[in-house]
Design a protein around this ligand. Structure first.
Ligand SMILES: [Zn+2]
Length: 488
């Protein structure tokens, strides 16, 4: 019987999955019918509606970002990431200038739709085909999120994030936080309802996750309830975990246990659990507490880590390390975090950071880093149909243009991808058989409009900063720019 395909990609170097490992398939052919890959091999004798000659292209599985803030303040993040002394300079956006005495929130002027569309479009443009998004419900109970993912054609793993408390800043600039278990439990209920109402209806383009905003603003009861709800729904459980220095010390002071030990004792550290960041554990050089083996404990538990090295590198902090966690048995999957939403950059930084931490150029080999961008994420999301180019897998793949002065003529394309590739080399992106990027252009939406809309949203946020900042400061005062303006 003649195989009929909707799309055939020929003459490519394909990274094909043999059931156990990725392999180079040189001068290979890939055929797609509907939303599935129906053929991978040296030849194809079937008929095709559409053929792409991929000479000079490297075809890789669609990348999976296991932790991304798709509506994350579009670019403002670079300024806010400076860190606060209160957080031992390891702070994140928890210190968004929310004033204790009320007043407009920092993001009150944000155009949420513009921000979210920017996030999904940026992910698509950079070869991410599946994303586990970390975001609140928004004003419309998530409809904007779902619509933007659908518009851009990206697979979305998401349900509204559950906050078990909040941070605030008083009128002297002092940072504090409070737990609110009741609010957290109510948010969990809403998240469960969100998932139950949609489960099984999105044809694999959307699935749920129980996402607890943060370890440090959650109680043991809330964490246990979240984990139990995730188990009942059959979805992953994820949370921001020891991304700040103080999480380790406050937990030790309050409980006599490390944060990882506490999660293990609570019964919430297992194969279902995805720890976002997981930096400041016992044994990390900046923690200075080598007396416990948190890495071994996390490895034995079967838990996974969403590793996004770029954001941490800007704070002078390294994950310790990609290889140590893997050797301990933990699954380390890559993630884009907030900005930029660039998985190629994350791959390169994951390799460099691990090699630097281990002082060993053989650490974090390119093949392992590459697998962390696809196979490992698929495993964490329990999606054996994703992250691989194989017959029967989802038709999610990316064509990288390797004919350029950066890539050169490299005999080892995956090593080159990890160490040389930049987002502008992403030529074609196909998700579920649908081409969303072609010839380096976004096909499903107007890229210029997305950039203009997000710039307006970003300007509105920054212009309104004096109203939300605890000291009424403008952006140049609160976050001094790299260069001063030329006046006159
Ligand atoms: Zn995050």
């Amino acid at each position: 019987m003649t195989l009929k395909a909707d799309l055939v990609v020929r003459n490519a170097t394909i990274v094909a999955f043999d059931g156990t490992n990725h392999r180079y398939l040189r001068d290979g052919v890939l055929a797609v019918a509907g939303d599935k890959i129906v053929h991978v091999g040296k030849n194809f004798d079937g008929v095709a509606t559409r053929t792409i000659d991929a000479n000079g292209k490297l075809v890789i599985p669609g990348m999976i970002s296991t932790h991304a803030h798709v509506g994350a303040h579009e670019g403002a993040r670079l300024l806010l990431d400076a860190g606060r002394r209160d957080f031992v300079r390891s702070g994140f956006l928890h210190f968004l200038p929310a004033r204790r005495d009320g007043g407009p929130a920092f993001l009150a002027r944000q155009n949420a739709r513009a921000s979210i569309r920017f996030g999904f479009a940026a992910l698509a443009k950079q070869g991410v085909t599946t994303v586990l998004a970390f975001a609140p419900a928004g004003a419309d109970n998530g409809e904007t999120m779902l619509a933007a993912a659908k518009e851009m054609g990206i697979r979305l793993v998401w349900a509204p994030v559950i906050a078990g408390g909040r941070y605030w800043i008083d009128n002297t600039g002092k940072l504090d936080r409070e737990n609110d278990e009741k609010a957290g439990m109510a948010a969990l209920e809403r998240s469960v309802a969100f998932i139950e109402a949609r489960k099984g209806k999105a044809g694999g383009m959307w699935s749920g996750v129980i996402a607890l905003d943060e370890y440090l603003v959650s109680t043991p009861a809330l964490r246990k309830a979240c984990h139990a709800a995730a188990a009942k729904l059959g979805v992953p459980f994820t949370l921001h975990f020891i991304e700040q220095h103080r999480e380790f010390y406050e937990t030790m002071q309050a409980t006599g246990r490390t944060p990882a030990q506490l999660l293990a004792d609570e019964g919430v550290l297992d194969k279902r659990t995805l720890l976002a960041h997981c930096v400041y554990h016992a044994g990390h050089s900046l923690v200075g507490y080598p007396m416990e083996d948190d890495v071994g404990l996390i490895g034995r538990s079967g838990a996974a880590v969403a590793h996004s090295p770029v954001a941490f590198s800007r704070r002078g902090v390294a994950f310790e390390s990609f290889d140590r966690f893997r050797k301990a048995g933990a699954r380390v999957a890559l993630a884009t975090d907030a900005y930029p939403l660039d998985m190629l950059g994350e791959m390169r930084m994951a390799a460099i950071m691990c090699k630097t931490v281990e002082k060993n150029f053989e650490a974090a080999p390119a093949g392992a880093v590459f697998a962390a961008s696809n196979l490992v994420g698929a495993d964490v999301l329990d999606r054996p149909d994703l992250g691989r180019i194989a017959v029967g897998a989802a038709a999610d793949f990316v064509m990288i243009d390797t004919q350029n002065l950066t890539f050169g003529a490299n005999p080892d394309p995956i090593r080159a991808l990890v160490h040389l590739a930049t987002p502008d080399m992403v030529d074609t992106v196909v998700v579920a058989g649908r081409t969303i990027i072609e010839g380096k252009k976004l096909r499903v939406a107007d890229e210029a409009e997305i950039v203009a809309d997000v710039a307006a949203s970003s300007r509105a946020i920054w212009d309104s900063l004096p109203a939300s900042d605890w000291a009424g400061r403008d952006v140049a005062t609160a976050y001094p720019p790299a260069l001063q303006n030329w006046e006159g």
